[in-house]
Design a protein around this ligand. Structure first.
Ligand SMILES: Cc1cc2nc3c(=O)[nH]c(=O)nc-3n(C[C@H](O)[C@H](O)[C@H](O)COP(=O)(O)O)c2cc1C
Length: 346
């Protein structure tokens, strides 16, 4: 069965869930165009998750994907926090930031989140950083949802298949946002989409979705030719009318800066791809001082806020993949149809 039939969608295009930059509006536009729209829930509490799904269902009767993180919650480590704070102190002084409010919430998928989504019976539930417990997977599947998760290595793809994933997303190193890596934190294990995709296709029996660096119809066709049953794209949607991408983030994506991205742990504690900005340049993309995910986000979020007040993206996570050539300021419907080679005649 093709993934299109498997998921009840018309086009093999999945819009990446992108926490912090989009909500149900982008998802509705993509699902209504025939792709699979995604609602990122990693930074939302139970009430906000229910509100997002309710808004989606009010506007569309097409399938939807809801996305969660499933990391281990770390113990706070006072020594590491102090080291990190010291590394950021010159910048905090520069902006006159003396109090650090609590950082952005990033909670792993749990029973409360499952309870919030259950009444809406989302057709697809996807995860980043592995999978939740067998009990939670069973609960999600009890209403017929398909379970999807990102693999950044062949081992991770095999692990996901063995632990209940219905679909695996091969996330190449080009991809924007967080690396979904969960079996190893060694960045030298990470491969580009062209290398990763065919190896995962050969190694698992479940359908494989390609993600990372795909930006146009030819890229979609290439991924399908290499054995993917669909593609998941994030960066290409960041300038769409329905995306909530901030003005500072949009400006960076449209500038020459977007040709230089790096995988960095500075913004959250986990490796994620961002356009290189001042803090990445000055501290280096990977810092051993950064506290464990998601604790590193707290101090830098305060700096980000202060810098953004001065219209600066120097401390903003400018999440982006390596290929921004597909970003354009159009409706997500137009982009989805163009990616699938299904543009309606004008
Ligand atoms: C701005 C941004 C935010 C992202 N946030 C998430 C997220 O919340 N959950 C997730 O599973 N993946 C997230 N990703 C990664 C995507 O799932 C996917 O791997 C990536 O978009 C594919 O590469 P591309 O950006 O080159 O298209 C994000 C990507 C971007 C660009």
């Amino acid at each position: 069965m093709s993934i299109v039939d498997y998921l009840g969608i018309e086009l093999p295009i999945i819009q990446s869930p992108m926490a912090g930059v989009q909500d149900h509006r982008l998802a509705v536009a993509v699902s209504e165009a025939g792709g699979l729209g995604s609602i990122p829930c990693a930074m939302l509490g139970a009430d906000a998750i229910a509100a997002e799904l309710s808004a989606f269902r009010a506007l569309s009767d097409q399938p939807v994907n809801v996305n969660f993180f499933c990391h281990q919650v770390p113990q706070a480590d006072a020594r590491r926090e102090t080291g990190w704070r010291n590394a950021l102190q010159p910048y905090l002084n520069e902006y006159g930031v003396s109090t650090i409010p609590p950082g952005p919430d990033r909670n792993p998928f749990d029973q409360a989140a499952a309870t919030a989504i259950a009444p809406f019976r989302p057709e697809v539930v996807s995860f980043h950083f592995g999978l939740p417990s067998a009990e939670l997977i069973h609960r999600v599947k009890s209403w017929g949802a398909r379970v999807m998760s990102s693999a950044t290595t062949v081992d991770e793809a095999r692990w996901l298949e063995a632990h209940g994933a219905d679909i695996v997303i091969a996330q190449g190193y080009e991809a924007g946002g967080h690396r979904g890596m969960f079996l190893s934190d060694d960045l030298t294990t990470q491969m580009g989409t062209m290398s990763l995709l065919p190896q995962i296709v050969r190694s698992v029996r479940i359908p494989v979705v390609a993600a990372g660096g795909i930006a146009d119809e030819r890229g979609v066709k290439a991924a399908l030719a290499m054995g993917a049953t669909a593609v998941q794209m994030g960066t290409a949607f960041l300038l769409c009318d329905e995306a909530g991408t901030s003005a500072i983030h949009r400006r960076a994506l449209k500038s020459a800066d977007s040709s230089h991205t790096a995988v960095t742990n500075l913004f959250s504690g986990r490796p994620a791809r961002s356009i290189v900005n001042r803090v990445i340049r000055e501290l280096g993309p990977i810092s051993e001082l950064a506290p464990a995910f998601p604790l590193a986000a707290t101090s830098i979020a305060a700096l980000r806020k202060a810098a953004e007040r001065h219209n600066s993206g120097d401390f903003t996570p400018l999440w982006s993949g390596q290929n921004t050539s597909g970003c354009s300021e159009v409706s997500a419907r137009e982009l989805t149809l163009a990616l699938a080679g299904a543009l309606e005649p004008a």
